[in-house]
Design a protein around this ligand. Structure first.
Ligand SMILES: NC(=O)c1ccc[n+]([C@@H]2O[C@H](COP(=O)([O-])OP(=O)(O)OC[C@H]3O[C@@H](n4cnc5c(N)ncnc54)[C@H](O)[C@@H]3O)[C@@H](O)[C@H]2O)c1
Length: 471
């Protein structure tokens, strides 16, 4: 998306109905365009960023854009890397001066150099942060609609970009990110932390060691009751995330479930996503919560919720594997990403973790492995990355049990060493594109939607996932 288009859309929606309600919802529209990008334009993608290694950066200078819930947490994940001399936080940027102040205090507790502070409430100050004189990498933890424009601008200025999920939510933006990364030869990585969780890496290691035999099917999800946070007046800046549910229907948050599954299935490293169909249930739980809130302005929004409570998307890979991907942040239920995987050798179900090792077509009871056998498999196939970083993981439990630390460690250390990152621009674009296409399928009465090749054909080369590489 061009900057002029971005501003045009912002002003179109800024005076719209939601702004008029005085809810303080973000003034820039989040409603993504559902225009279908000409599939041929993906044919211009060369694949040059697959396994791309940029020149080594002995100390990575990091500009942080967005210092809310996630931005604050990512700063904590950088602490160890800063104290070891692998990174330095050089810019802190947010539209809320209090958040910049809070972040500056946190950074001062472990870093001697003082970062540049940008707290321009106009919303445009982040451009100053994308300055190659002061930073090598931008870390983007802002509301969703800002991810692509910020990543694009950073790359154009000569910086690497690392964005929170999803990195884009229009097909045009997915394509622009890929092409810009290829043209500028700058990394553009989506920070999908769930790819680094212990259980997911354990499964990946078992796949590598052929415990699952031939992998056939996976079920994954983002099932997280966010109602209280969506309604809260201050948790999300200007309730930006609630707006998404008023304007869109489909899977709005694909990547926590889909990312690890794509790793298990060699997607973009031997296989590819071919097509999908997507269906949303009716909407009931979020509107009920809005109706029952004590805030008259929230009550007035109850009739406007567009996003169905449960979205289910079925995806088939080119090699014939199937994936069931779900999204539900409205229904009251315990958190789950499902993390189910089946193959000719084994089946795993997550939440809680259960493993079944196939022992042929027998008539005996088909029971999950006993705890002892499960734990033995866990120990036998623990991913080397997780075991080698135990100390940092233990010290950073607040980062989703340690996976956020592993993710930031890998990003910074790969940049330090000048080796390819674990995830490329194609991974982030593909996993985000599935969300876009799920919305399209829902809007078209659950029709099949073909998934374009985002990788310039490089998916056809079978190779080991870079997350197994030692850094
Ligand atoms: N990977 C994970 O586990 C995880 C967890 C939580 C959130 N997230 C992602 O992180 C992102 C941020 O979510 P959050 O919960 O921190 O939301 P938040 O509202 O707490 O934080 C967003 C921050 O961006 C700032 N901001 C808004 N406009 C800006 C601009 N123009 N320039 C600079 N800063 C601006 C806001 O002031 C706010 O501080 C989202 O993409 C979300 O999906 C990921």
């Amino acid at each position: 998306m061009k900057r002029s288009d971005f501003l045009k859309i912002g002003s179109l929606f800024g005076g719209g109905m939601l702004g008029g309600l005085g809810l303080g919802l973000s003034s820039c529209s989040t409603a993504p365009s559902q225009t279908k990008t000409d599939m041929n334009s993906w044919s211009e993608v060369t694949g040059s960023m697959a396994e791309y290694a940029a020149p080594a950066i002995p100390k990575v200078r990091v500009a942080m854009l967005g210092l809310g819930n996630r931005g604050s947490s990512l700063i904590e994940m950088l602490e160890w890397l800063v104290t070891q001399g692998h990174a330095e936080i050089t810019v802190l940027c947010d539209v809320q001066p209090a958040y910049v102040q809070r972040a500056a205090e946190k950074v001062a507790s472990f870093q001697t150099a003082t970062p540049l502070r940008i707290d321009d409430p106009s919303g445009d100050g982040w451009r100053q942060a994308c300055n190659p004189e002061v930073a090598d990498l931008v870390v983007i933890a802002t509301p969703w609609h800002l991810h692509t424009p910020m990543a694009m601008y950073a790359m154009e200025q000569g910086l690497h970009a690392a964005s929170e999920v999803p990195i884009a939510y229009t097909e045009e933006d997915c394509l622009s990110l890929v092409k810009t990364s290829e043209r500028t030869q700058k990394h553009c990585i989506m920070l999908e932390n769930c790819c680094y969780n212990e259980e997911e890496l354990w499964l990946l290691n078992m796949v590598k060691n052929e415990v699952f035999g031939e992998v056939t099917h996976a079920e994954c999800a983002y099932l997280h009751d966010l109602r209280a946070l969506l309604l809260d007046a201050t948790y999300y800046h200007n309730r930006w995330r609630l707006r998404e549910h008023l304007e869109r229907d489909g899977n709005l948050y694909t990547t926590h479930g889909l990312g690890p599954v794509c790793m298990y299935m060699d997607v973009l490293r031997g296989d590819n996503l071919s097509h999908l169909v997507s269906m949303s249930s009716n909407e009931a739980a979020l509107s009920k919560a809005l109706r029952e809130s004590e805030d008259a302005e929230l009550q007035a929004l109850a009739s406007q919720v567009k996003c169905g409570d449960v979205n289910t998307t079925l995806i088939r890979t080119t090699a014939g594997k199937s994936i069931m991907l779900q999204f539900d942040t409205h229904t009251g239920r315990p958190y789950s990403r499902l993390n189910k995987l089946s193959g000719t050798g084994a089946t795993h179900y997550g939440y809680p973790s259960r493993l079944y090792l196939d022992h042929g077509p027998t008539w005996d009871w088909h029971r999950w492995q006993e705890e002892e056998a499960h734990d033995a498999a866990r120990a036998q196939y623990d991913h080397p990355l997780w075991s080698s970083l135990k100390e940092g993981i233990t010290a950073n439990q607040q980062g989703h049990g340690g996976m956020d630390f592993v993710m930031m460690y890998r990003l910074i250390r790969c940049l330090n060493e000048g080796v390819a990152l674990d995830l490329s621009v194609y991974d982030g674009a593909l996993w985000s594109l599935v969300g876009v296409l799920s919305e399209r399928s829902v809007a078209q009465g659950n029709q099949r939607v073909d998934i374009p090749d985002v990788s310039g054909g490089t998916w056809q080369t079978k190779r080991e996932h870079p997350v197994f590489r030692k850094v």
